[in-house]
Design a protein around this ligand. Structure first.
Ligand code: NCD
Length: 306
């Protein structure tokens, strides 16, 4: 039995296979409509979510399965003091697979150790968000045609943004990847990622503060929200929250085929005037999240569709 805690849990070959499956699902949805008949997905979300939870649910429903779960810690027995280990032992009796989001780093991993069903990390604190990364990889592969030979700008809250951490881990395994890390000093990529992931693997990267200075070089611009819920005080958040605003004027500096990605939800960091730009791919990205989660459920449940 396999779990998914980090994008590194899959080899590049396995990722390629999973993304190809997602692309086939997009083209032939009917072929997969009964692949999970009789199976159940549990969504255990101890932290708010719109896209991740609902796209997991849509994915399982599209496969013919059903869903159960909770969408906040308050509405689960966590409010009574139950541990995730005990909760997952019980959920294992009710469902075939579980997607778990938790504010504490490592909680889904703890759950996976006691689980008898596959557990998917749907975001653990400021650590990792592997299914968002699968979504991002599918978006890039579908719209750019390849995952190597890219200059990627990661912009915003690179300190607390778990989607950025997972994406860096995943992308360094493709050839000729270069990063521009665009953030204010206080929200830089954590040193453990700079040293243990980027430096150790000789990945070229540059840290810059001004988005304008990076725009012209980028093939992908990955914007992120300042992670309000992970700040220790409101004052720091208020000071940082509008540090970057992508607007038409900044888009005019970019390549004609650059793509703008964002895991969403957006707050102010992308002006709505950018939404109509053909390079804005963030709503399409949310759609890809359903196909890739369908592919992930099939893979972890070892369901083959001929
Ligand atoms: C992201 C998350 O939860 O980390 N959202 C998502 O799952 N699409 C990004 C965010 O909340 O800023």
């Amino acid at each position: 039995m396999r779990h998914l805690m980090s994008p590194m849990d899959f080899s590049v070959e396995e990722l390629d296979k999973l993304l190809s499956l997602a692309m086939d699902i997009e083209k032939n949805p009917k072929k997969y409509a009964h692949a999970c008949d009789g199976k159940k997905l549990a969504t255990c979300f101890y932290e708010p979510s719109t896209r991740t939870r609902l796209s997991f649910e849509a994915a399982m429903l599209n496969l013919g399965g059903s869903v159960l779960g909770f969408s906040s810690a308050d509405s689960s027995s966590a409010a009574k003091g139950e541990s995730v280990s005990d909760t997952i032992r019980v959920i294992s009796c009710y469902a075939d697979i579980c997607a778990m989001r938790h504010p504490k780093e490592g909680a889904p991993l703890v759950a996976s150790l006691k689980s008898t069903i596959p557990v998917i990390n749907a975001g653990d604190g400021g650590h990792q968000h592997p299914t968002q990364t699968l979504t991002d990889l599918l978006t890039i592969r579908s719209l750019k045609g390849h995952l190597g030979d890219l200059t990627i700008g990661l912009c915003g809250d690179l300190k607390f943004g778990r989607t950025v951490h997972s994406l860096i881990h995943a992308l360094i395994r493709y050839p000729n990847i270069r990063f521009l890390l665009i953030s204010p000093e206080e929200l830089r990529v954590p040193s453990y990622i700079r040293e243990d992931v980027l430096d150790k693997n000789n990945i070229p990267y540059k840290e810059v503060e001004r988005l304008e200075d990076a725009m012209a070089d980028l093939d992908i611009l990955y914007m992120t929200r300042v992670q309000k819920e992970r700040f220790f005080n409101e004052e720091d958040y208020v000071r940082m929250k509008d540090f970057y605003i992508l607007d038409k004027a900044k888009m005019a500096l970019a390549k004609q085929d650059m793509l703008v990605l964002h895991p969403l939800p957006r707050v102010n960091e992308i002006s709505v005037e950018v939404d109509d730009d053909p390079r804005a791919a963030y709503f399409k990205q949310a759609q890809y999240g359903v196909y890739v989660r369908m592919a992930l459920i099939l893979t972890l449940l070892e369901v083959e569709v001929c």
